[in-house]
Write a new protein. Structure first.
Length: 202
């Protein structure tokens, strides 16, 4: 009787141990699969981001062939980062930088001279914005393309918030300030505003 009881006891212990080993193995396998899935997801995200950067890179490089590749890459990265941070379409940012920088020369190191209006950089950001833009410490920082690109997106987001995400009014304000918006609303937009919106394909 004792022998049978002992045999049943050891059988119970064996089944219990095997059960818990199965549970532990299942949890380990699940964690491993989750880790693999997370790695794949991250890899997909990085691949998609790199594809976007390369696409923007080609757009910028086509119009600025004299700028070194590493500077253009940094500019492209700044466009992508700004698009994500300020929830603005990449295409809108590229249009702004293209239209705003048509009359300025971008040096090989990514710096840009002042415009006639006193604005700085590829996005033609007015110096006073350096005080509120989180990407610049002083007005001279706006001379550098990557900082200027981010500050340009910051300014556009400011106006988008002000005008309830109305992209037309935000662009008019970006180009001509509040006075430009008032003139536009009165149906008598500045000639510069009209040319600007035409350049932006609006």
């Amino acid at each position: 009787m004792k022998t049978r009881a002992s045999a049943l006891f050891f059988l119970f212990i064996s089944i219990t141990i095997n059960f818990w080993l199965l549970v532990v193995n299942e949890k380990t396998t699940s964690k491993a699969n989750a880790a693999i899935a997370a790695q794949r997801t991250m890899a997909d995200i990085l691949e998609a981001e790199e594809h976007q950067i390369n696409s923007v890179y080609k757009t910028i490089k086509t119009k600025n062939k004299h700028i070194p590749n590493d500077v253009v890459y940094d500019m492209a990265k700044a466009v992508i980062d700004s698009s994500i941070k300020y929830n603005i379409g990449i295409d809108w940012l590229l249009r702004i930088y293209h239209v705003e920088s048509r009359t300025v020369h971008i040096a090989p190191n990514g710096t840009v001279v002042l415009s006639l209006a006193g604005a700085k950089g590829v996005a033609q950001v007015m110096p006073f914005w350096a005080k509120s833009c989180p990407h610049a410490n002083k007005a001279s920082d706006l001379n550098y393309a990557t900082i200027n690109i981010k500050c340009g997106a910051f300014v556009l987001r400011h106006y988008l918030n002000k005008y309830n995400d109305n992209i037309v009014l935000a662009l008019v304000a970006y180009n001509g300030g509040i006075r430009g918006v008032n003139a536009y609303k009165r149906g008598r937009p500045y000639q510069e505003t009209q040319l600007y919106l035409k350049g932006m394909r609006i």
